[in-house]
Design a protein around this ligand. Structure first.
Ligand SMILES: NC(=O)c1ccc[n+]([C@@H]2O[C@H](COP(=O)([O-])OP(=O)(O)OC[C@H]3O[C@@H](n4cnc5c(N)ncnc54)[C@H](OP(=O)(O)O)[C@@H]3O)[C@@H](O)[C@H]2O)c1
Length: 310
């Protein structure tokens, strides 16, 4: 940790702390007639984003892994906000399902106005998916990479559309090693595994932003605040006890995440702004290792290969 903090300029650290306590920007822009595709909308940040977007008249397409939770989420959205709410099912540990969802969306009639890649997971121990990919890297980075990569052409037909990558200050823990993406040569620390996935997402975000230049479509990443959610609940009882007894009391209400996502999705002053990292609604400088464009190009190529994108 100390090793990583040493890379920072004092001014960057001060800015990050100031942003954590800053008054957040707000938007009251309606999304009437706009389609928002949102992943991981069954709890925490994603659920708050779904409610806030629906309260602002968006039509929602939720991409979740759990059918019962999705039915209940859409039922509640319909009944509280009377907007379109559909869902698609994909488990992001199975990249084949992510490809299928992207193909389905590409074949659908509606335009995508906002794509929010939010689904994420935190694991204290190393686990692998059926395709032998480290789970956190697969869910948090590769799945969102596939969706973004495959939906870009469709989104380009709608030049004011926006992509939001729900990232994390956790990227600052780094952990990304291009020669050991699958953690087979190193001891796995949960925070570093999470940091590796979020760093990969940021590094590829700069590449996406370059690719989208001149198209009108924007892509930005954001830290949704340190908020109460179900993240980490998949871990063992000791971690859950620690989280629920110590960590949670310092966390904010997740409604701030939903409001920040609505702001990033709609604020007129952000129109055309792309390739930025936000701490909630404030632009912030990410960690130096997440700004390494050479490494970014390598991660881009590796992500394409691992994701089966030609
Ligand atoms: N909470 C924070 O303080 C915080 C801080 C920084 C960044 N973030 C980021 O915010 C995003 C949302 O996290 P959260 O805190 O709201 O956590 P959460 O309450 O656990 O929500 C995570 C969402 O992702 C879904 N998901 C998990 N694994 C999946 C998989 N294999 N396939 C498809 N969907 C899957 C979950 O579905 P199920 O309901 O089926 O589990 C849920 O809808 C993540 O990207 C996280 O890294 C959160």
């Amino acid at each position: 940790m100390f090793k990583y903090l040493k890379q920072y300029r004092w001014a960057d650290m001060k800015q990050m702390i100031a942003n954590n306590h800053a008054k957040q920007h707000q938007s009251n822009v309606s999304l009437k007639g706009k389609y928002c595709v949102l992943t991981g909308a069954t709890s925490g940040v994603g659920w708050e984003a779904a409610k806030t977007l629906a309260a602002n008249e968006a039509s929602l397409i939720l991409i979740n892994r759990n059918r019962e939770k999705s039915i209940e989420a859409c039922r509640k959205i319909h009944s509280d906000f009377q907007v379109v709410c559909d869902y698609l099912i994909a488990d992001f540990t199975r990249l084949k399902e992510v490809h299928q969802i992207a193909d389905h969306l590409n074949g659908s009639d509606y335009q995508i106005d906002i794509l929010i890649n939010n689904a994420g997971v935190y694991c204290t121990t190393k686990t692998y998916t059926q395709d032998h990919l480290e789970t956190v890297f697969c869910v948090n980075h590769l799945a969102s990479f596939i969706l973004t990569y495959k939906l870009i052409e469709k989104m380009k037909r709608n030049p004011s559309s926006r992509i939001i990558q729900v990232n994390s200050q956790g990227h600052r823990f780094n952990g990304l090693n291009i020669n050991d993406i699958n953690w087979e040569k190193r001891y796995y620390f949960g925070l570093q595994g999470y940091g590796a996935a979020k760093t990969a997402q940021l590094l590829t975000m700069w590449e996406f932003a370059d690719l989208l230049k001149g198209s009108g479509v924007t892509i930005n990443a954001m830290h949704p605040g340190a908020v109460k959610s179900d993240i980490g609940e998949n871990n063992g009882p000791l971690y859950r006890w620690y989280k629920n007894h110590f960590v949670t009391r310092f966390l904010a209400d997740p409604s701030i995440s939903g409001q920040a996502i609505h702001y990033l999705a709609t604020a007129p002053e952000l129109s055309g702004l792309s390739g930025k990292y936000f701490n909630l609604t404030h632009i912030e400088k990410p960690s130096p290792h997440a700004l390494d464009r050479e490494l970014g190009k390598e991660i881009w190529a590796l992500s394409k290969k691992l994701a089966g994108l030609t």
